[in-house]
Design a protein around this ligand. Structure first.
Ligand SMILES: [Zn+2]
Length: 342
């Protein structure tokens, strides 16, 4: 038996791990700067291992790592000829992991992935047509390889998000559309974040929410507002970094107060963000609140480790394979034992 996405969401929380780009880079199988997901072709075992680690930490959806693996990026790095091969390899790996769940009989779902195209210009119809073509080919490959849903994500233009939804709907697959507004706190085509979500619901998106760019502190205020305005399923996939009101996204996040630690160009994004990591307890607080609001599609994006993903799952009340090794709160009589007394 394999329930579809909506059946699962109607029943309770569903975890979808993300953050492959950062974690694979840290594991030494992907170049920062270039940030192309070549790992599916060059080191497939490394990608499989990360999927398995996230699955162990409770991910119910195996998202194919094709983020940035679109035609524009591949052309930019001179590897356009590998575009289809790369996408199919990433999808096949995700499907293989999804079909072999850890600790349960029901397979995970496999999700195809499309994201902002990098070429979208609000008034340039040609760019819209090109983006539509980029979305269409990726969704078709995902459909071919057995995707159960498509996640469209990191959209900071409302119209681009609408276009992505349209392409997913044409393929007949369930859709998750995640917005990732820049620091200006509205979509770049000057539509409000809330209105964009309302419009996505009107157009029939199955799940609407936010992912990436923002940590718990600067994503939650929007989730609260969106929840009041839409009634379809919602998603919440923050980054695992401490963004602030002054710097709502991680792109310009300064290092912790007074730190003159070296970082390329004095910027912490994207490879020197470590001191601003959210700990697991901050993530737990975020996901408890999100789940409490009835947001059932949950996961962690950039900066995510299995530790963060497990916290998301457990905050939503799930017991996952990695729960076996969760922190043990010591009884007070043990904690007070002279052995622990320093
Ligand atoms: Zn991200």
């Amino acid at each position: 038996m394999k329930r579809n996405l909506i059946e699962r969401l109607n029943h309770g929380p569903v975890i979808c791990a993300e953050g492959f780009l950062f974690e694979i880079e840290k594991r030494g199988y992907l170049s920062a700067g270039e940030f192309a997901p070549m790992v599916a072709l060059e080191n497939p075992n490394a990608l499989e291992n990360l999927h398995k680690d996230f699955q162990h930490a409770g991910s119910d959806i195996v998202l194919a790592f094709t983020y940035n693996g679109h035609r524009d990026k591949m052309r930019e790095i001179g590897k356009e000829d590998l575009l289809e091969q790369l996408n199919r390899a990433a999808l096949k790996i995700a499907k293989k992991i999804a079909d072999n769940p850890i600790g349960k009989n029901e397979p995970n779902l496999m999700a195809g992935n499309i994201s902002h195209s990098n070429i979208w210009e609000p008034k340039d119809k040609k760019s819209h047509y090109k983006a539509e073509k980029m979305f269409t080919e990726m969704v078709e490959w995902a459909f071919d390889e057995g995707a159960d849903l498509i996640m469209g994500e990191t959209f900071f233009y409302a119209e681009e998000a609408f276009k992505a939804l349209d392409v997913i709907q044409k393929a007949g697959l369930p859709s998750v559309i995640n917005l990732a507004p820049m620091a200006e706190n509205f979509m770049q085509d000057e539509i409000s974040i809330i209105d964009t979500c309302k419009e996505l619901e009107q157009r029939g998106a199955d799940v609407v929410g936010m992912n990436c760019f923002r940590g718990p502190a600067t994503m939650m205020p929007y989730l609260r507002k969106i929840r009041k305005e839409i009634s379809c399923h919602m998603s919440a996939l923050p980054i695992a970094f401490r963004t602030t009101k002054e710097n709502p996204t991680y792109f310009n996040l300064p290092d912790i107060k007074g730190c003159a630690c070296p970082a390329p160009g004095g910027k912490t994004f994207p490879t020197a963000l470590d001191p601003m990591y959210c700990n697991r307890y901050e993530m737990r607080e975020f996901f408890q609140e999100a789940h409490g609001m009835g947001i059932n599609f949950l996961g962690v994006c950039c900066g995510a480790t299995p530790m963060h993903q497990r916290e998301a799952a457990e905050a939503a009340g799930l017991i996952v394979p990695a729960s076996k090794y969760r922190e043990i709160e010591m009884q007070s009589e043990i904690a007070n034992h002279p052995m622990y007394d320093n």
